[in-house]
Write a protein that binds this ligand. Structure first.
Ligand code: ZN
Ligand code: ZN
Length: 191
């Protein structure tokens, strides 16, 4: 039977766990810098694809599989929800994920205790793919509504001017009839 390999071992976010020899208690620390994968964030803010992310992880063999935990850091780029300016900030987040040995997952499934609600990540050929884990974890660390500064005044609702650059910005909201009258008065003054 042909075995289908779906994970690319050359990807920096795919880690090989064979070194742990599936011995519960064996542990390995991994520090690496990798280019951020696509879609690492939300629609309003995220870590741009290809920018550096640093991972400081611990891979630990447990009975059911391999437990991955640690921290990930990068730089997020987004858009201020009030003034639409670019918001650049450091972001770091923790990851904790259990990758289950496929036969363990299958045994649990056969025993009927697979929880539909709970998504189980499995090892594939003793490799783990961090990409989906990062994607799920980063969202929790990013601001829901990014702001360039906590008191960003936003944009003028009349003309869209950037209010932070122009704090005294205001409009003389004249009734059109008044402006006609005003021009008549001005004309009278001039003559
Ligand atoms: Zn702003
Ligand atoms: Zn304005």
């Amino acid at each position: 039977m042909e075995h289908l390999i779906t994970l690319d071992p050359r990807s920096p976010l795919v880690l090989d766990t064979r070194e742990l020899s599936r011995r519960p208690g064996s542990m390995r620390e991994v520090q690496l810098t990798a280019p951020a994968p696509v879609d690492l964030g939300t629609v309003v803010i995220g870590i741009p694809e290809g920018s550096d992310i640093s991972l400081d992880l611990r891979l630990e063999a447990v009975m059911e599989g391999v437990l991955v935990s640690g921290t990930v850091a990068g730089q997020s780029v987004g858009e201020c929800v009030r003034c639409l300016d670019e918001v650049v900030d450091d972001v770091d987040f923790t990851v904790t994920e259990l990758f289950v040995y496929p036969e363990r997952a299958k045994a649990a499934e056969d025993a009927g205790d697979d929880d539909e609600e709970e998504e189980v990540r499995e090892l594939e050929d003793d490799m783990i793919d961090l990409e989906p884990v990062l994607r799920d974890s980063v969202v929790l660390a990013l601001p829901f509504q990014p702001l360039c500064s906590p008191d960003c005044p936003g944009l003028c609702s009349e003309c869209g001017a950037h209010l932070a650059d122009d704090p005294d910005h205001q409009h003389e909201l004249l009734d059109p009839r008044w402006s006609t009258l005003k021009s008549i008065i001005d004309e009278t003054k001039e003559s």
